[in-house]
Design a protein around this ligand. Sequence first.
Ligand code: C2E
Ligand code: MG
Ligand code: MG
Ligand code: MG
Length: 277
Amino acid sequence: HAARDEGSVIAWFDNTVSSRLADRLRLAGRIHSAIDAEFELYFQPICHASDGTPAALEALLRWPQPDGSFIPPGEFIQLCEDTGLILALGRWVIREAARAQRQLVDAGWDLPIAVNVSAVQFFNSDLVAEFQRASQEFGLARGALHVELTESSLMRKPGQAKQTMQRMHEQGIHISLDDFGTGYSNMSYLQHLPLDILKIDRSFVADVETNPRNASICRALLSLGHSMGLTVIAEGVETPGQHEWLAAHGCDQVQGYLLGRPAPLVEVIGRLELAAV
Ligand code: C2E
Ligand code: MG
Ligand code: MG
Ligand code: MG
């Protein structure tokens, strides 16, 4: 009697678990195709400050609307984090970035692509495996993908962050610290992280030539980054004056509307070809 009860409980359990699993897989499939249908990846060049030649591309999510406008990532990333959708979306971004890097190489441009990863994604998915899988699928070289993390996400769980970063480093994934200067980093902690690149937030770059306070901050961040042996990138470079100031102060790379707005990959490749002739 007891055994039959147990059996039926197990049968019931098996049934619901497997049908729930099937539901979830169907849902996952729908989410994937929905993501594929709704979102697009744009790419923005990151250039050598000295001569403006391209050093890398950054992948940036776009959510186009029927009227031709875009909902900016600033407005939907948070929502995706709150609902957990960021995990599927983030996985899609990694795979699309890998596909794009393959296309770039095939077009004769061997530039790495930097992928933004949000805090929720960083701590709740097996990023190393996702990068590995995508790189393998598209036959990418070691170092073909970079990852961009923010201070605030690293500071949430410093121990786990360091471990994940070390595993990424072993896979040849370069790590950038994004929006640098806007968070509250513990400098002695930062020093012990396997970082490669520091990205100065665009709020400091905006009026670097005219605002002595921002000029001091940029000088300090450049010197900090270089003393840690990092490549320093300035974000949000919009004018030749900003570019010149940054190059003169030893900034390694620049990114911003001056060098190129984010655009679909084919358009970026077209611009690279035009600039190269
Ligand atoms: P971010 O990673 O710091 O990306 C740089 C942002 O600055 C992008 O905004 C870019 O379009 C913008 N930008 C570039 N040059 C200039 C310039 O000269 N002037 C100005 N005013 N802005 C410039 P976007 O594309 O709206 O993205 C905003 C943020 O959303 C990103 O900041 C990043 O934190 C997040 N994001 C974008 N794509 C993804 C993604 O695939 N995954 C995740 N988790 N976050 C993403
Ligand atoms: Mg699409
Ligand atoms: Mg970024
Ligand atoms: Mg940034």
